[in-house]
Design a protein around this ligand. Structure first.
Ligand code: NAP
Ligand code: 8YV
Length: 322
């Protein structure tokens, strides 16, 4: 019989994760940081792996509780809620769940863009209110036919979004710190320069300090009065009060937002606006894709504790051996 491995399941309960481990894994399930106070001291001392199953903060204080910690397997491709600096300094591997959600998130980005530009949600409300029986819904001011899209972040998901736009005959350019390998679209090293040249912007970068509020009042002003802003990245990449003001005073035309600064709280100003489409952070949220993400959380831990390298460690915590 293999040695027992104590794992903390931290975050929401998931059938694929809760039921995914062989018998030698001992699972300790806790939903949030407050609950962790109930963990018995002897268990704390035995935890060797953590499955972070949702957007719960795994900060330095939380991680430092576990002296035997070897690996954190986090749900989601973004890991700005896990302190990777602490992990790297303490020889703890962090894994995320890239690739398995790329196409789903790109589908959502395109759906959100089209719903925003062509006013699908307003048109749906119009029909349900019985107004079509009196008059046709007004023509949408926006169209994808005369737009250029600037993608902020040209990684796995940015490229999948660009492929969809290209198939729709929409010109694409992008901003990232470095030109993306093998990508033919025009690269802008400066976000503001790109904002001046496009009328539509889709954000799909990581969150965290390096992207915090990069989409600010100046960028939104440069996007201009035809401007459409789509955010499927993180709420933190936008100066949210500046975005609200830009939408209220016509600095930009409309926005489609899947992510917010203080989720799940969404400012009332946004909730009452007609020129926004708001989604509750669902870009990857189909059963198929979420199951694949959950499975990868499990598979990273299973690989590591059966003596193999984890499947998807993040760049900041390369595997150095045991
Ligand atoms: P990825 O392959 O690592 O791509 C990240 C891209 O962002 C790269 O092009 C990178 O290029 C760029 N980038 C990173 N830091 C930057 C900065 N400071 N300024 C400008 N560009 C920057 O990641 P991915 O798989 O495409 O995922 C991207 C992100 O999407 C995730 O981290 C997550 O935040 C978000 N996401 C959201 C949802 C959702 O549910 N809404 C779902 C999945 C993912 P450089 O390094 O050259 O700058
Ligand atoms: C998840 C995400 O919705 O992968 C990401 O970075 O934002 C999403 O796929 C998120 O982790 C919520 O739990």
């Amino acid at each position: 019989m293999a040695d027992k491995v104590d794992i903390l399941i931290y975050g929401p309960s998931k059938p694929v994760i809760d039921g995914g481990f062989p018998a030698n894994f001992v699972l300790h399930k806790f939903e949030n940081q407050r609950d962790l106070g109930r963990l018995a001291a002897d268990v704390v001392g035995r935890i060797r792996g953590i499955a972070v199953t949702g957007l719960v903060p795994a900060d330095a204080t939380m991680l430092a509780r576990f002296p035997k910690l070897e690996i954190v397997s986090s749900f989601g491709v973004g890991y700005d809620h896990v302190d990777s600096k602490y992990a790297s300094e303490h020889n703890v591997i962090v894994c995320n769940t890239p690739d398995v959600l790329t196409e789903e998130v790109a589908d959502t980005a395109l759906g959100l863009l089209i719903a925003t530009v062509r006013e699908f949600i307003q048109a749906d409300k119009y029909l349900r209110a019985g107004k079509w029986e009196n008059a046709w819904y007004p023509l949408s001011a926006g169209s994808l036919r005369d737009r250029t899209v600037g993608i902020v972040g040209m990684g796995r998901i940015g490229q999948a979004i660009a492929r969809r736009l290209e198939a729709s005959l929409v010109p694409v350019v992008y901003h990232s710190r470095n030109p993306a390998k093998g990508v033919k679209y025009k690269h802008y090293p400066k976000l503001l320069d790109m904002a001046k040249d496009v009328d539509t912007m889709i954000a799909i970068t990581p969150g965290g300090a390096s992207t915090a509020k990069m989409i600010n009042a100046e960028v939104l002003k440069a996007l201009g009065p035809r401007g459409i802003f789509i955010n499927v990245a993180r709420g933190s990449v936008v100066d949210e009060p500046a975005l609200i003001k830009a939408l209220q005073d016509g600095t930009i035309m409309a926005a489609g937002l899947d992510v917010f600064a203080n989720e799940p709280k969404v400012p009332e100003e946004l909730r009452i606006m007609k020129n926004v489409v708001l989604l509750p952070h669902i870009a990857s949220a189909s059963v198929t894709t979420r199951n694949a993400m959950d499975q990868l959380v499990v598979d990273n831990l299973k690989a590591w504790f059966s003596g193999k390298p984890p499947l998807t460690p993040i760049a900041e915590t390369p595997v150095k051996g045991r």
